[in-house]
Design a protein around this ligand. Structure first.
Ligand SMILES: Cc1cc2nc3c(=O)[nH]c(=O)nc-3n(C[C@H](O)[C@H](O)[C@H](O)COP(=O)(O)OP(=O)(O)OC[C@H]3O[C@@H](n4cnc5c(N)ncnc54)[C@H](O)[C@@H]3O)c2cc1C
Length: 285
């Protein structure tokens, strides 16, 4: 088990439609003005009362987070829809056509609710149809189609006094949006963000995490690198977080991790709520 202070330089590279200037406390892609706005033509041509399950969203920026993970920063047609309705932790369905065939997958919003642009962070799955397509072929200016945000994996309006955001691998996306949201709300409670990945090179959002940690004194950021500390065990989690049983927890990661943490909650008869998001679903093409 390790609580490593990760302070190496960012390994992210950013493609952008507009030049950006980074400042300390906000992700690079949130800071710049929107390079172009393809919005509204399609939206305004439709009657506002018509159901609009999918909206076009243009790719504004592509950020290489780690070797196998990219963030796609999007400007949705009708951005107000997302701004007013999205909650941190929710996901959208992404619909696209690959070789003339439709394909739909779900992706959590990794951006903060209310941000001018929304972001999806996608890990390339070897042999995966959609993630491979997005990584290899998606370019700036391309248009995707996204659903309205949905899902119950969200923070309550009345925030608990102690929160744990617990994730592994690409399961970080939804809880990262929650962390951004809690920072924006100046959450005064006791917040622990615990993330598990193989090594520092695989830590998605490493720069943003360091940055938020520097600006949020109530945050305990714990990184568990399995390469040096082995797999996360219930004992290790109890050791790192002695007050675990008092923390309302939001959990997302691989199935084995979800099972292990749910088992821990059962075995220790923990009364604090455990909210779980599972990325594993049937393939829809
Ligand atoms: C609510 C929710 C939120 C999510 N959020 C995110 C997110 O923020 N970021 C993210 O990266 N992902 C997220 N996902 C996962 C995402 O929806 C996709 O499942 C993921 O990107 C893989 O899709 P794909 O088309 O690339 O892979 P698929 O083509 O669906 O394949 C998945 C895996 O199965 C293998 N496979 C495919 N077909 C077969 C077969 N016939 N036999 C054996 N193996 C096969 C592939 O090699 C691949 O490794 C989320 C899922 C859910 C349900």
């Amino acid at each position: 088990m390790s609580a490593v202070n990760f302070s190496t330089a960012s390994n992210r590279s950013i493609q952008s439609l507009s030049a950006t200037r980074q400042t300390a406390s906000r992700p690079a892609w949130e800071q710049s003005a929107v390079g172009f706005d393809s919005s509204s033509k399609t939206w305004h041509s439709a009657h506002p009362m018509l159901p609009m399950p999918f909206v076009p969203a243009s790719v504004l920026r592509i950020v290489q987070e780690t070797a196998d993970t990219k963030t796609f920063v999007l400007q949705a047609d009708a951005p107000w829809q997302v701004r007013h309705r999205a909650k941190a932790g929710q996901f959208v369905h992404l619909r696209l056509e690959i070789d003339g065939q439709p394909a739909t997958r779900s992706y959590c919003l990794s951006s903060c609710p209310g941000a001018r642009q929304l972001a999806l962070t996608v890990q390339h799955q070897p042999g995966g149809l959609v993630s491979q397509h997005l990584h290899r072929h998606l370019k700036l200016g391309d248009v995707l189609h996204i659903s309205q945000p949905q899902g119950e994996f969200v923070l309550p309006v009345q925030l608990p006094e102690k929160i744990l955001l617990l994730s592994a691998g690409i399961g970080i996306t939804g809880v990262m949006a929650m962390l951004r949201d809690l920072q924006k709300q100046h959450y005064p409670g006791d917040l622990a963000f615990f993330h598990v990945c193989r090594d520092p090179a695989e830590l998605v959002f490493s720069t943003d995490l360091c940055d938020i940690e520097a600006h949020m004194p109530t945050l305990s950021l714990i990184k568990h690198f399995t390469h040096q500390s082995g797999p996360l065990t219930p004992q290790a989690l109890r050791y790192e977080l002695p007050d675990l049983a008092q923390r309302s927890t939001w959990l997302c990661g691989p199935t084995e991790m979800l099972d292990a943490v749910q088992g821990l909650w059962r075995d220790d008869a923990i009364a604090a709520p455990l909210h779980v998001e599972n990325f594993a679903t049937a393939r829809s093409r």
